[in-house]
Each structure stands twice: as structure tokens, then as C-alpha cells.
Design a protein around this ligand. Structure first.
Ligand code: AMP
Ligand code: MN
Ligand code: MN
Length: 339
């Protein structure tokens, strides 16, 4: 796909990413936004995202992000980044109505793409890496490079997770050559936590429970606990990765209650469990080693249902198949509904 070719003739271009935007979602959207603004100075370019967390204030152009979704006029081209259309939240309507829909993503659960033009590579570390690839041959600047680098750092856990490849590191090398303070960027957006975030992390770790001979670990935060600490979804990032780091753990589960008996589920695995297959079964998606979904029921029901699938994979009873392949299984086992 040739980015600038696809945007040729467009007067209005829109960009958005998934709900509860993470570092890659924000980095890829801002990187693409800044790049298109630089290359197409005559074109109106808008970027829509749910309100980015404070840590992302360091990115240039972040104040242009529209979180009100008040726009009415149709876009000639609309980009869905780091997600399929059904995770764009309020921006989904802009995407569906656009003259041309472009989808750039790296989720295996969205392997076919959802646009008129798709650039989906499940092998890529991040959508930011894909945006970088698409800018090949054109000069960037320090601000574009910083946004894309941030996205790559967040989705690779600072270039540690198995999604990191030689191409990722080559891209990172190129990006830092534009001369931004990457060390500070990593410290301030990836490692640094507020005191509250540290407290809730501690609480989640303290109350975690290991099962399946220590191969699985789960932690649940109820609405009541979240309200007590006054924390939101943006304060919970990193908890599930910390659970996965426990020695002997093959699969980590982290749940938090979004409303009464509705849980946002995060799954992480080390080597064996294909968590994308499990999340897809329950109506979500993601990657083989990091995936998520939303489930209804009591926490006990949710954990029971998830652990059945994890156990089957660990015992080798079930060949993991990502996507819809697991759908249509035994409904009786589903005491918690998926949405
Ligand atoms: P999380 O546990 O929310 O950090 O998500 C882990 C990975 O799975 C990220 O790449 C998410 O974008 C992806 N993911 C989470 N929830 C969903 C969902 N409902 N559908 C598709 N992908 C998801
Ligand atoms: Mn993401
Ligand atoms: Mn991503």
C-alpha cells in the first residue's frame, strides 16, 4: 500500500484507533497524523480518540485530538489504526461513512482487515511499526519519529516481547536517529507510575491467586475497590504483565469490573497458551501472547470459563486456533456470557 497515493485527491482525512487507547494506538495515530500533515499541508486532517492519558501529553499534536466526536461531515479517507472497525467506539460511524476506509493493524483477530484498503500484518510488533514501514522513502521528523517509537516501545514492552523482530529494531534504530530523548520517553510513559497506580498494582498482586499448580495466576479488582482508590482503566496498565512475570506462570488473567457483573479481561501468556484464541472465543481478540475481551457474570464464572480453555490448551487437548475457529463450542460450559 502506498499511503500518499491512497490519500491523493482527498480533502478531508480522518484517523482513529481503538477504545481505551494504549501507547501503540496513540503512537500510531499521532505518527500518521503528523506525517500526513507534513506531507499534505493543504488537506484537512482530523484525529479522534478517547481522551489520551496524561503520559501521552509529551507527543506533539496531542492537543488536536478530538474526544468529543462532534464532527458531522463525511471524510474522503478514514483510517482505522490498531483495531477493527467494531473497536473504534464513536469513530466507527466516521469510518463506515467514509469515501475510502483504510485499515492498518497487527491483530491476528483482524487478519483480513475491515477496510476497502487493508494493511494488516499479525507478525508486526505494533501498528506503529506498520505506519513506519508505510512512510518508507520519505523523510520523517523528530516528532513523528517520537510518536512511532513510543507505540513500538509500548507494544513490545521495551523491545522485550516475542513480537519484537529484527525489522522492529531496525525501525527503532532509524527512528532514534531523528534525535528525540528516547530514554526519557520510555521512563516517563512506560515505567513511571503515579503513587495511586503503584498502590492499585500492589493490591492486585497481593490479592492474586495461583492455580493449576502455579501455571496460572489471576487477579480481580472489583468496582468497589476501583472506586475506593479512585482509579480508572488507564491506571491499570501493566498489572497483567507483572502477573505474567511470576516464575512458573504460563498464563496470567487480570479482570476488572466495568459495571455490575461485567468484567474487562486481560490475558497474557509466556510460551504455550494462545490467548488470542481464548479471547476470540469470548468475543474479543488480540495476539497469541496478549489478548482481551469483555465478559458477563460473576468473577468466579468468568475465571472458571477462561481456565477451562487454558487448561485444555496446557494439557494439549485443544489445538489452539485463533479467530472464529473455536466459536460454536459447548454452550453449556459458558456460565458467563460474552459480549
Ligand atoms: P489488553 O489486555 O486490553 O491490554 O489487550 C491486549 C491486546 O489484545 C491488545 O493488543 C488489545 O488491542 C487486544 N484486545 C483487547 N481487547 C480486545 C477485543 N475486545 N477485541 C480485539 N482485540 C482486543
Ligand atoms: Mn492497542
Ligand atoms: Mn497494537
Amino acid at each position: 500500500m502506498n499511503l500518499l497515493e491512497e490519500c491523493k485527491g482527498a480533502e478531508r482525512i480522518g484517523i482513529s484507533g481503538h477504545i481505551r487507547p494504549d501507547g501503540d494506538c496513540i503512537g500510531s495515530c499521532m505518527g500518521l497524523y503528523l506525517y500526513l500533515k507534513k506531507e499534505l499541508p493543504q488537506t484537512q486532517i482530523r484525529v479522534f480518540l478517547e481522551k489520551p492519558a496524561e503520559i501521552y501529553r509529551c507527543l506533539s499534536g496531542i492537543e488536536d485530538v478530538d474526544s468529543t466526536y462532534g464532527e458531522q461531515k463525511k471524510f474522503d479517507v478514514f483510517f482505522a489504526l490498531d483495531a477493527a472497525a467494531d473497536r473504534l467506539g464513536e469513530a466507527q460511524a466516521y469510518f463506515e461513512a467514509a469515501g475510502k476506509r483504510i485499515n492498518i493493524d497487527h491483530h491476528i483477530s483482524n487478519a483480513r482487515g475491515c477496510g476497502d484498503v487493508n494493511y494488516v500484518d499479525p507478525q508486526a510488533s505494533s501498528t506503529s511499526e506498520l505506519v513506519y514501514r508505510l512512510t518508507a522513502g520519505r523523510p520523517l521528523d523528530g516528532e513523528i519519529a517520537k510518536a512511532l517509537y513510543l507505540g513500538m516501545v509500548h507494544d513490545t514492552g521495551c523491545f522485550q516481547y516475542s513480537c519484537t523482530g529484527p525489522e522492529t529494531l531496525r525501525a527503532a534504530a532509524e527512528l532514534i536517529s531523528y534525535g528525540f530523548d528516547f530514554s526519557r520517553l520510555i521512563e516517563e510513559t512506560f515505567y513511571e507510575k503515579t503513587y495511586l497506580q503503584t498502590q492499585i498494582l500492589g493490591r492486585a498482586l497481593l490479592e492474586s491467586i495461583r492455580f493449576m499448580d502455579g501455571r496460572c495466576v489471576v487477579s480481580v479488582l472489583s468496582r468497589k475497590t476501583l472506586d475506593f482508590y479512585g482509579v480508572g482503566p488507564q491506571d491499570l496498565e501493566g498489572i497483567v504483565s507483572q502477573l505474567r512475570s511470576i516464575k512458573g506462570v504460563e498464563c496470567a488473567i487480570f479482570l476488572y469490573e466495568t459495571r455490575g457483573q461485567e468484567y474487562k479481561v486481560s490475558l497474557r501468556s509466556t510460551q504455550k497458551v494462545d490467548v488470542a484464541a481464548i479471547a476470540s472465543y469470548f468475543g474479543g481478540g488480540g495476539h497469541a501472547r496478549a489478548a482481551g475481551c469483555t465478559m458477563l457474570g460473576t468473577a468466579y464464572d468468568v475465571i472458571n470459563n477462561l481456565s477451562l480453555h487454558i487448561e485444555r490448551q496446557l494439557d494439549g487437548e485443544e489445538k489452539p486456533k485463533t479467530g472464529s475457529a473455536l466459536a460454536g463450542g459447548d454452550d453449556e460450559e459458558r456460565r458467563a456470557e460474552c459480549i
